[in-house]
Design a protein around this ligand. Sequence first.
Ligand code: IPM
Ligand code: MN
Length: 353
Amino acid sequence: MELKIAVLPGDGIGPEISEQGVNVMTAVCNKFGHKVTYKHAICGADAIDKVGDPFPEETFKTCMEADAVLFSAVGDPKFDNNPSAKVRPEQGLLAMRKKLGLFANIRPVQTFDCLVHKSPLKDELVKGADFVCIRELTGGMYFGEKKEGSDYAYDTNAYSRVEVERILKEAYKYAQQRNKHLTVVDKANVLASSRLWRAVAQEMAPQYPDVTTDFMYVDNAAMRMIQEPKFFDVMVTENTFGDILTDEGSCITGSMGLLPSASTGEHTPVFEPIHGSWPQAKGLNIANPLAQILSVAMLFEYFGLKEEGKLVREAVDASLDQNVRTPEIQVAGGAKYGTKEVGAWIVDYINKK
Ligand code: IPM
Ligand code: MN
């Protein structure tokens, strides 16, 4: 297969983990005889500094011409505490999602047995927890009408039937491929938009008789996720709720540095870690590259390259088992590994396979 990849390293630790993702991707493609080419493009604070736009037209073009985007992270503290900044790095990510029509964000929350002790939750709750959050990504408050005044401001949480139907369809597809349990998370006791979600889901449910559909208010879901994470198989929710719940989900696993995601929809799909740009760690070679590397596994799987995805996952599992880990998950007393060393170890594992 031929794969044209747009690489968007972005800000903070982005470039460091991006490099490891690319190295792993190249190693796997070499092994399986795929031809892969990369084109790098700028985004986020880096692009604001260079051309004044966090998602420049040139970058959009590179993404549109590619088969997939390997994205890393955007964000810079110089914008965080400045509410009057005219343009922010995060707008680049939002523009990318919107312009590529990436309405479905797939965020698996998968735990690793050897890291269960790192979770703030009790071992027995975490062990075996494995669910996927399908987050709607191009609607809701993120993109609704806004007003930003100094005395009055609002964001609108608008959803159309079409937007709700297409994301639910995606969620049902995942539920059918997994344990056939879909939880629709909303706030239908208060919000009109949530009542539309619930009504549409109730209409659609009979078309999927093999799937058990249940409904949960988002506040309850936030609680249930830490009380009984194994309750969930696939959950689907709107943009803002999905943003919040997936940060909570990442905590269950013990490290935010482990979770990949895929954003799919109308144009080129994007594969990215769910963590941010961790600016404090920039250049220190301590960031965990596994979320990025597992994003490469998701990329392969998206194109039906199951064996390739499996090899990446196997290499990641092996690195964890052998305590080849970045500092935040390292077992005391082991050898020290940084971002580069973990990446190199995984490449080496793949080459030797
Ligand atoms: C995420 C991030 C983004 C979001 C930010 C960086 C705009 O938190 O991907 O979850 O809120 O969607
Ligand atoms: Mn988030």
